[in-house]
Design a protein around this ligand. Structure first.
Ligand SMILES: [Zn+2]
Length: 47
């Protein structure tokens, strides 16, 4: 399911899908809301 974007301060992509494994594995201390000005993750783009 598509949702509001979030990203990890340790990754150069943002996520917008609740089914994205990479996005779901982000540790809470590294997780930030919004795109961070980064391009969409390829896994989220496929979902
Ligand atoms: Zn993703």
């Amino acid at each position: 399911m598509k949702t509001n974007p979030w990203h990890s301060i340790k990754q150069d992509r943002h996520h917008d899908n609740t089914s994205c494994n990479t996005g779901n594995n982000i540790e809470s201390e590294n997780r930030r809301s919004g795109t961070g000005g980064k391009p969409l993750c390829t896994e989220c783009a496929r979902l």
